[in-house]
Design a protein around this ligand. Structure first.
Ligand SMILES: [Zn+2]
Ligand SMILES: [Zn+2]
Length: 345
């Protein structure tokens, strides 16, 4: 039976899930950001200023949705000099737009550079005082508390953060990982897919994100997700995000993605090549002939299905595939990972 990996019905909404306003260390005001992004075809922006949730529900209207969110940084010991310090940055997205209390909080994290957020600290936030440590144990505790409090948690720019496999491989309960962060990409951090596949191969059902992390207009409108949902309404969009009804992109588009009897079908805007990567030593690639484009194609995934079935129960529950579309000008679109268990059962 044909399975729609991206929902058959609904509308695509363009979303930037990571940015900073002039309330923390960004340059643009929340209103200027709304204007800029709407001019570039966006319908959704998550305002992820540092350390404190600053809600912007007043900016939401029938054509624009502001997501209640923030970014947390957990740094290694201060004895490590800044250029070498490892850090874990997480974004928290509230499933309820009025949920503005971070589950783990400390005012000591509001350093001079972002002291502007101080006026948004409430006694309710202070009550959730937390002693952050740079360890997987601490991160997992924070993520578990956040999930219980109704937040989706993303893991941001691991490569810029100087994190290697040993730092993140034990992270559990994350909703998403950035495969692309526009601010970091512009600095020169281009190869960022390894942490995504490492965590997927560990059996973590993480979503794949492209974001801006913009601090100014210069790093805006580069990485986004296309969310497919019935309507532009907070709970509907958050449910679509949680369910993985989206793909990530830097400027090329996927129209349809289905799986039927082992055949993966994709329809997309003009592509130079399309790649399927999996948990296994199985990868597939189609290239357009010179001067031509691929707009639709099928991949025979029956070998992956057979191998996944053979390994079922013998290894971790980590059989997945994911698709990357590359346009003639080097723009990419990344689908989420689709797991054997979800597809077959
Ligand atoms: Zn960050
Ligand atoms: Zn950021």
């Amino acid at each position: 039976m044909k399975k729609y990996l991206l929902p058959e019905k609904g509308n695509f909404y363009k979303a930037n899930l990571h940015l900073h306003t002039n309330l923390s260390d960004g340059e643009l005001s929340p209103e200027e950001i709304k204007k800029l992004y709407m001019e570039h075809g966006y319908s959704i922006v998550a305002y992820t200023d540092h350390e404190v949730i600053i809600p912007h529900n007043d900016l939401s209207d029938e054509n624009f949705l502001a997501i209640t969110s923030y970014e947390l940084a957990v740094n290694e010991s201060r004895e490590v000099p800044w250029p070498k310090i490892k850090t874990t940055h997480l974004n928290f997205y509230a499933k309820d737009k009025n949920n503005i209390v971070p589950p783990c909080f400390t005012e000591s994290k509001i350093w001079d550079r972002i002291s502007g957020v101080k006026s948004y600290v409430t006694d309710e936030m202070r009550a959730n005082k937390y002693d952050f440590r740079y360890s997987a144990e601490c991160i997992n505790d924070v993520v578990a508390k956040a999930n219980a409090a109704g937040f989706l948690v993303s893991y941001n720019h691991p490569v810029w953060s100087l994190q290697s496999r040993e730092d993140y491989i034990d992270y559990k309960g994350l909703w998403g990982v950035e495969i692309y962060n526009n601010e970091c990409y512009k600095m020169g951090y281009l190869d960022t897919s390894a942490p995504v596949d490492d965590l997927l191969r560990e059996g973590e059902h993480i979503r794949i994100l492209a974001t801006d992390d913009s601090h100014s207009a210069a790093s805006s409108c580069g990485g986004f997700v296309m969310v497919k949902a019935d309507k532009l309404e907070y709970n509907t969009v958050m449910t679509a995000l949680e369910n993985g009804d989206f793909y990530a992109s830097t400027g090329t588009f996927i129209n349809e993605l289905t799986f039927d009897e082992g055949i993966l079908h994709i329809e997309c805007s003009d592509a130079k090549s399309i790649i399927v990567n999996t948990d296994k030593r199985i990868a597939k690639r189609k290239m357009a002939f010179d001067g031509e484009s691929i707009n639709r194609c099928d991949f025979d995934m029956r070998d992956w299905l057979v191998d996944s079935a053979k390994l079922e129960g013998k290894l971790r529950d980590d059989s997945y595939f994911r698709v990357t579309v590359i346009s003639h000008d080097g723009k990419k679109a990344w689908t989420n990972a689709y797991f054997y268990d979800d597809i077959v059962k």
